[in-house]
Write a protein that binds this ligand. Structure first.
Ligand SMILES: Cc1cc2nc3c(=O)[nH]c(=O)nc-3n(C[C@H](O)[C@H](O)[C@H](O)COP(=O)(O)OP(=O)(O)OC[C@H]3O[C@@H](n4cnc5c(N)ncnc54)[C@H](O)[C@@H]3O)c2cc1C
Length: 426
């Protein structure tokens, strides 16, 4: 029994680890020079940073369990912080989404919203939360329509829902699927308090999971080939028998898992299988290196009414380093890198005066196809793991599940795909 996995992102690696753990040898073929895909290491000056700031939370239980399986001690790898986010606005007073205050969860959350935005904001949040079962039992709608239906105020829409929807679905509220947002809210804020914990990594993304995953796979009989693009699948009368790479090599296999991004997957499968291509949306991260003593008052802060949406203190890895995130499409895409650095630095200094007006150095990383757009239409068209072609399977964050494009969704899909193969061969 042999399995080839096309793509060494977090989903392909999750599939590879799951199969290896069940004694099935795998061969991971990755087109770039490193594993990790959209969550990988990047070198900048003398530092190793992430290709883009990622938020991980306590609800990422499959990610944490998979890390444990390959002997990663995630209690040492992440610093856990109970949720404590302040969203600073250019007009309204700061809004606190926090577990602080000594009340049991979720009363602590309600208490902090009450103190920062009044009773009516709490009533609106409870109304929306109570509507989740009804929403999920009926046809999907846009997040904007759901917010309107549950009578959220202009303030909450601007200061909470727009930034939260972009941060989690990377999709503006006008187009975003309310079902997907409701699942995210249910699994993060609607459970026990630790599900909402922020997990702040002490290492860059590639070192966090892809590198130990590679060690686990090679130690357990797996093979990894980097810098090798798969250009074609070997299709023998409706049965996939292996792959052909762009350097002319052929690798035979009983099963092939495509664990690439959605557009690369559609290209590889065409014309054998037709796949709906989702819109893909950008995420831009601006890294600002201040003096080593500079810190944010919390691990992350939200900003609304500005280009900058979230700022993260990365001092655990590089003292004084801040990562500013701008998710989704917008005017920032037309600005030069230098203009964006100047704009973001000025915005941040104005809203958080403890940060200097100018950073010592800065860099901008734009990921143009960071995630698929979590729209109503795409949520209904996401493909399944099993295809109609024998021996051909799909993994990757875009395969059908309740999550938007996230590390947790990618890992769940990788595992689920591996289990579907295991069930078929058992
Ligand atoms: C800037 C940014 C910020 C993000 N923020 C968050 C966040 O805060 N929280 C969160 O949970 N998620 C976040 N995400 C999303 C998360 O990174 C992705 O959902 C996840 O990494 C997708 O993993 P994947 O394995 O499905 O796909 P990918 O990471 O895209 O992996 C696919 C791999 O396949 C390889 N490949 C493609 N074609 C071929 C081929 N023909 N042959 C061989 N190899 C091929 C690619 O090189 C790639 O390595 C963010 C993403 C970005 C880019």
């Amino acid at each position: 029994m042999s399995v080839v996995i096309v793509g060494g992102g977090w989903s392909g690696l999750a599939a590879a680890i799951t199969l290896t753990d069940h004694g099935i040898p795998v061969h991971v073929v990755e087109s770039t020079k490193q594993l990790g895909g959209r969550a990988r290491n990047v070198s900048w000056q003398d530092k190793v940073i992430d290709n883009g700031q990622h938020v991980m939370i306590g609800a990422y239980d499959h990610m944490l369990a998979l890390m444990s399986l390959i002997d990663i001690d995630h209690s040492k790898l992440f610093k856990r912080y109970p949720i404590d986010i302040t969203i600073v606005d250019d007009i309204f007073t700061p809004l606190h989404i926090s577990a602080k205050g000594g009340w049991p969860w979720p009363l602590s959350l309600a208490w902090n919203v009450f103190r920062s935005a009044g009773l009516s904001a709490v009533v609106q949040l409870v109304r929306l939360q109570r509507d989740i079962p009804k929403l999920l039992a009926n046809d999907d709608m846009s997040v904007a329509n759901w917010l309107h239906k549950t009578r959220q105020s202009q303030r909450l829409i601007k200061q909470l829902w727009e930034p939260l929807c972009l941060a989690t679905l990377n999709t503006p509220i006008a187009n975003a699927s309310a079902h997907v947002l409701a699942h995210v809210l249910k699994d993060s804020l609607g459970q026990h308090q630790t599900a909402a914990d922020l997990l702040i990594p002490q290492q860059p993304l590639g070192t966090l999971f892809p590198q130990p995953a590679a060690t686990f796979l090679t130690k357990n009989g797996g093979k990894i080939t980097l810098r090798c693009r798969v250009k074609e699948l070997i299709n023998d009368n409706g049965q996939i028998k292996g792959i052909i790479t762009n350097d002319g090599n052929t690798y035979l296999a009983n099963h092939v898992i495509i664990a690439t991004g959605p557009s690369q997957c559609a290209d590889l499968l065409s014309p054998m299988l037709a796949m709906t291509q989702p819109d893909q949306l950008p995420i831009c991260t601006v890294y600002l290196q201040y003096g080593q003593e500079v810190r944010l008052p919390a691990p992350m802060l939200g900003l609304s009414g500005t280009h900058s949406q979230w700022i993260f203190d990365r001092s655990l890895q590089h003292p004084g380093l801040m990562a500013v995130v701008i998710s989704g499409p917008g005017q920032h895409e037309n600005r030069s890198k230098q203009a964006l650095i100047e704009c973001v630095s000025a915005e941040i200094h104005q809203l958080i005066p403890s940060l200097p007006a100018q950073a010592q150095s800065a860099c901008v990383i734009r990921e143009k196809r960071a995630t698929f757009a979590s729209t109503i239409a795409y949520q209904q068209q996401r493909p399944t793991h099993k295809t109609s072609t024998r021996g051909l399977w799909l993994a990757g964050d875009f395969v059908a599940n309740n999550y938007p494009a996230t590390l947790e969704g990618a890992i769940r899909n990788g595992e689920k795909c591996a289990h579907a193969i295991l069930a078929e061969i058992s």
